[in-house]
Design a protein. Structure first.
Length: 130
């Protein structure tokens, strides 16, 4: 059984939750486009956008890692790292009085997932020609 669909589905649900939160905020603040100068709206938009910017590429790389035959524990660690990173980033950036540790941890976990996945794939390609 493949591992990545578990993390992809959880991340998809988190993306839907972020989308709904942003849409509700737009409705309550009566902002159709942009942030209208609202820091709360801007933060919600950036959380949602940042998620959309990083998660697809990360999931594609983890998929390739899994299909190259990586150890299941490594695939789980990549999936958990991405999930923890995106959840931490979303929480941190969403706070009006932001504790930057959540944002830093979130980006560190996300970038670590990208780097580890990429490194694994490069090594596999060079070493095994896969």
């Amino acid at each position: 059984m493949q591992i990545l669909p578990l993390y992809a589905s959880i991340l998809a649900l988190l993306f839907v939750a972020l989308s709904v939160r942003t849409l509700r905020l737009r409705r309550s603040l009566r902002i159709a486009i942009g942030d209208a100068g609202s820091e709360t709206m801007l933060r919600a938009m950036r959380v949602h956008s940042n998620f959309a910017e990083y998660v697809p590429l990360s999931l594609i790389l983890i998929y390739f890692v899994e299909t190259q035959g990586a150890h299941p524990l490594f695939v789980h660690l990549l999936g958990l790292g991405l999930l923890a990173g995106r959840a931490s980033h979303a929480f941190g950036v969403s706070q009006a009085k932001e504790n930057y540790r959540f944002r830093v941890f979130g980006m560190a976990m996300t970038l670590t997932t990208l780097v580890l996945s990429s490194a694994y794939l490069l090594v596999a390609y060079v070493a095994y020609g896969r």
